[in-house]
Design a protein around this ligand. Sequence first.
Ligand code: C2E
Ligand code: MG
Ligand code: MG
Ligand code: MG
Length: 292
Amino acid sequence: RAREQGGARYQFFAPEMNQRTMARIGMEAALRLAIARDELRLLYQPLVDLRTGAIASVEALVRWQHPTQGLLAAADFIGVAEQAGLADTIGDWVLRQACRDLAAWHAQQLAPLPVAVNISPRQFRDRLLAGTVAAILNEHGVLAPALTLEITEACLMQDSGAGAASLARLKALGVRLTLDDFGTGYASLSYLKRYPFDAVKIEGQFIRDIVTDSDDAALARTIISMAHHLGIEVVAEGVETEAQCDFLRRNMCDLIQGHYFAPPVTAGELLAMRAEGRALPPHLLRIQKQKR
Ligand code: C2E
Ligand code: MG
Ligand code: MG
Ligand code: MG
């Protein structure tokens, strides 16, 4: 548009765009320093088993303790990180920190609590990913089945051949694979058959209205039954209410994750939660004790 207007080139640098660009560049530079300055944090959100009521595993969610802006959510900087070519650097940090915490829990003689780590599309496209994961597991003495990698639909959409090969390499390591954010892209239920996933996670936006919207209810039921026919576990994310939890329990969902049970917490808070034996109340369990 600036060119059409001849000499008025300065219009290309509209004030708000300039500001946005500056903000992004500032963000990029700060993000590069963040790792060196140890400003990244890893929080853990419990996944609760609807059969036992107990915490079965956790998802690691990255945060940035920004020097001036406070604690930033992943959505506030993961995109910038990807564009700035920092996806691998941050991804490696997250994998290392998760394995470090896993090893520490093991050393404290706690029952093993598997950790799920999110893999970005950039990371997923890196042919060396499986080698990197193997090296990091080895570095910390963590067994592969203790680690789950969450792969989003977006990772698989570009090139199914390379995607399938990458998933096969990861699977061969022995790590668990979850198809994340299911329902948000163009992935179909056939992905569950085509690729070696152990679990599928229903995106939170489809859980939100599950009790009131019959379409969302039908969608969830269909995903659960199809996944179960294929021997795949189902996780519902973004579960915020008892009613949602009860719906999922009645419809045989396997695990729930969301603020209803717990938000993402620090490793220390997670330890405290486990020590006090935090669990779902019995009436929300899939398998209920028979009344006599
Ligand atoms: P995700 O993998 O689908 O993670 C779930 C998101 O839902 C998290 O947001 C979590 O804090 C949020 N959440 C959990 N319970 C509830 C709830 O009850 N209600 C609502 N409304 N939200 C809930 P978060 O941590 O901000 O992360 C957003 C996304 O950023 C993640 O979506 C994931 O795709 C990405 N992400 C997070 N950590 C990492 C990471 O270490 N590496 C990469 N590559 N991506 C990450
Ligand atoms: Mg995830
Ligand atoms: Mg998810
Ligand atoms: Mg999600």
